[in-house]
Design a protein around this ligand. Structure first.
Ligand SMILES: Cc1cc2nc3c(=O)[nH]c(=O)nc-3n(C[C@H](O)[C@H](O)[C@H](O)COP(=O)(O)OP(=O)(O)OC[C@H]3O[C@@H](n4cnc5c(N)ncnc54)[C@H](O)[C@@H]3O)c2cc1C
Length: 196
């Protein structure tokens, strides 16, 4: 039995697993990909994202991955170019642009270092329920073997969530809501700035 299962081991899931593991929780991180693994994205990290990486002790690793920090950005509209600096977040005004194939593995490695367990090449195919609560996941592993894992909470960290209903969100999070409320914004000071 895990305290938390995190589905998706990229820039959303790996820091979530890392922070939970650093707080002493038993965490399982699951991804159908095998790392290093690329994904469709540009690579821009704004100052709030670098401030998170600094707070987590990972900023220097990112910068050392041949992804230098820079302060000034420009928008080239052809006839004229807008340039400027960004306001700092927690004293960090720099930006960086690591490739996802580098960043995601670095974050996944940090989750492992923090004590999270990881299953790669493992697809979550469904959820297990008891008394209207999510109690775990059903998975298909590398060899095609089906298995289950239990946890107090299951989280899915994936941009595909945007296309899912809020009710599905809550099911993945481990709550079975009688009716979906209006859209909610979830935030935590540990988790700013990784997405647009
Ligand atoms: C074209 C494009 C450009 C972008 N540019 C930027 C940018 O410059 N800067 C920025 O901050 N953001 C950018 N974004 C947004 C950014 O890519 C997303 O916000 C970010 O990837 C979300 O990270 P995530 O870890 O939550 O999810 P994802 O990157 O979507 O990763 C989800 C992971 O979950 C795994 N997964 C999903 N379902 C399952 C399952 N059932 N079982 C097992 N594993 C599963 C997938 O294999 C995947 O590895 C861009 C997005 C796009 C599409």
């Amino acid at each position: 039995m895990y305290d938390a299962i995190v589905v998706g081991a990229r820039c959303g899931g790996s820091p979530t697993a890392m922070l939970l593991a650093r707080h002493g929780y038993r965490v399982l991180l699951v991804d159908q990909a095998t790392f290093p693994s690329d994904t469709v994205s540009t690579h821009f990290i704004w100052p709030p994202g670098l401030a998170c990486l600094k707070q987590w002790g990972l900023m220097e690793r990112v910068l050392a991955s041949n992804s230098p920090a820079f302060r000034t950005i420009g928008l080239d509209l052809g006839d004229y170019v807008l340039t400027g600096d960004m306001p700092p977040t927690d004293g960090v005004a720099e930006m960086s642009a690591p490739r996802r194939i580098v960043l995601d593995k670095l974050l996944r490695d940090a989750a492992l270092e923090a004590g999270a367990e990881i299953r790669e090449s493992t697809t979550v195919t469904g959820l297990n329920f008891a008394d209207h609560r999510v109690t775990g996941i059903r998975c298909r592993g590398r060899s095609g073997t089906e298995f289950t894992e239990q946890a107090r909470i299951v989280m899915r960290l994936s941009r595909e969530l945007c296309r899912q209903s809020l009710r599905a969100w809550h099911l993945w999070l481990g709550f079975a809501l009688p009716a979906a409320p209006g859209p909610q914004r979830l935030s935590h000071p540990d988790c700013r700035g990784f997405s647009h």
